[in-house]
Design a protein around this ligand. Structure first.
Ligand SMILES: [Zn+2]
Length: 161
């Protein structure tokens, strides 16, 4: 049995990139092929929906992340992001992403570009990329943000590191 598990094919997206599954709340990863079709709720925390993203993009343990849709509303916020922004996910959902994060530099990319980028990624018309952001209320803090597609349903995943 163990041998068979080790030989399972990797799950890949349409571009052949390896996909991993992770919980939209606690961020725990599991192999996509382990997902039980009956339930998409995380078996670890029992709160988050299991999502998929590229292996390079998906959050590593303790990396705060947010899920954003094409209307730039927050769809999900990880437990680590709840701590970072001092807000409960239930209060964060449906708020605009700009209520939480803005570009770190006034120069590049502009706030509008960050939002355009997120819309394009959420719509599936743009590849993953990285940019620098800061919490809206704090000027001395910078985060690298990995932004790329996740699903389902299709949305933009923003991971802070
Ligand atoms: Zn979980």
């Amino acid at each position: 049995m163990r041998r068979l598990r080790a030989l399972r094919p990797a799950a890949v997206d349409e571009r052949g990139q390896e996909l991993v599954s992770f919980c939209g709340h606690c961020g725990v990863r599991r192999h996509p092929l382990d997902a039980t079709p009956a339930s998409r709720v995380c078996g670890q925390c029992g709160l988050g929906l299991v999502l998929q993203a590229g292996a390079d993009l998906a959050p590593r343990p303790d990396e705060p992340f947010l899920i954003i849709d094409t209307s730039l509303s927050v769809c999900a916020m990880s437990a680590a992001a709840e701590t970072l922004f001092a807000i409960d996910e239930t209060d964060a959902v449906n708020k605009h992403i700009a209520d939480f994060l803005v570009p770190a530099d006034a120069n590049a990319p502009s706030a509008e570009n960050l939002l355009t980028l997120l819309v394009d990624v959420a719509a599936g018309s743009r590849e993953a990329c990285t940019t620098v952001v800061r919490p809206r209320q704090e000027y001395g803090v910078r985060f690298w943000a990995r932004i790329g597609p996740c699903g389902s349903p299709r949305a933009a995943l923003l991971v802070l590191s």
